[in-house]
Ligand binder design. Structure first.
Ligand code: PGA
Length: 255
């Protein structure tokens, strides 16, 4: 799907003003230059997307949204749709992030509708799955991840499957500074790939898998060394353009 070996996406969550975005992207563009050697995506809040698209035009940085609604248009107060994101110039959209699942009650069925709507509108969905600490301690990681995959991704048609990206983000590792052991992340990544192949056969072979959860410049390499991990979804560390650029540079050296 991308010509790079790794994809590094930054999820700004609910952070950023217009002036901070200008300063951030100016710095990031300078740090990365013309050829960052990895697919780079920034996902600011909705209010900053238009500015981010305009500031990254002609640069190797792509823009993604953090969520969307599945209907194209209509009486859905407060929602933003895939055609609107596409129209702005977004290329990616994060779907089913654990904060949306946990804080806003998003269900797999809704994630699936969003994935389908994103694909229909030519956006690349980054679909997040991952277990809570309690589920991990109870030995339920594979069962939970399997249910999320099946519920969020079943029923995709034809080559649609090849355009999705899956992010494995153990909930207990997000924003906690407590990153997963790379070997544990690899184990779940391999499980996810096996299940996707069981669902979609050969069509699933090219799906990229990202790890997310307290990724920093100090630990990114240990994830990229894993055979089933093709990049990272970075939260906190992506808010600092220097830290984000360091992560991208480490990926680029391996790529
Ligand atoms: P974190 O967030 O890097 O701050 O742990 C990751 C994410 O939520 O995608």
């Amino acid at each position: 799907m991308t010509c790079f070996r790794y994809l590094i996406a930054g999820n700004w969550k609910m952070h950023g003003t217009l002036s901070q975005t200008r300063e951030y992207l100016d710095t990031l563009k300078k740090l990365l230059g013309e050829d960052p050697g990895a697919e780079v995506v920034v996902c600011p809040p909705f209010t900053l997307l238009a500015e981010a698209v305009s500031l990254t035009r002609g640069s190797p940085i792509h823009v993604g949204a953090q969520d969307m609604f599945w209907e194209d248009w209509g009486p859905y107060t407060g929602e933003v749709s895939a055609p609107m994101l596409k129209d702005l110039g977004c290329r990616y959209v994060i779907v089913g992030h654990s904060e949306r699942r946990q804080l806003f009650g998003e269900k797999d069925r809704e994630v699936r509708e969003k994935v389908k709507a994103a694909l229909k509108n030519d956006l690349i969905p980054i679909v997040c799955v991952g277990e809570t600490l309690e589920q991990r301690e109870q030995g339920l990681t594979e069962r939970v991840v399997y249910q999320q995959l099946e519920g969020s991704l079943e029923g995709l048609e034809g080559e649609e499957v090849q355009r999705i990206i899956v992010a494995y983000e153990p909930v207990w590792a997000i924003g906690t500074g407590r990153n997963a052991e790379p070997g544990d992340a690899q184990e779940v990544a391999a499980f996810i790939k096996k299940e996707l192949q069981a669902m979609y056969g050969e069509r699933a072979l090219g799906i990229s898998l990202l790890y997310g959860g307290s990724v920093k410049p100090e630990n990114i390499e240990s994830y990229l060394e894993q055979p089933d991990i093709q990049g990272a979804l970075v939260g906190g560390a992506s808010l600092d353009p220097h830290a984000f650029a360091s992560i991208i540079k480490i990926a680029s050296k391996r790529g």
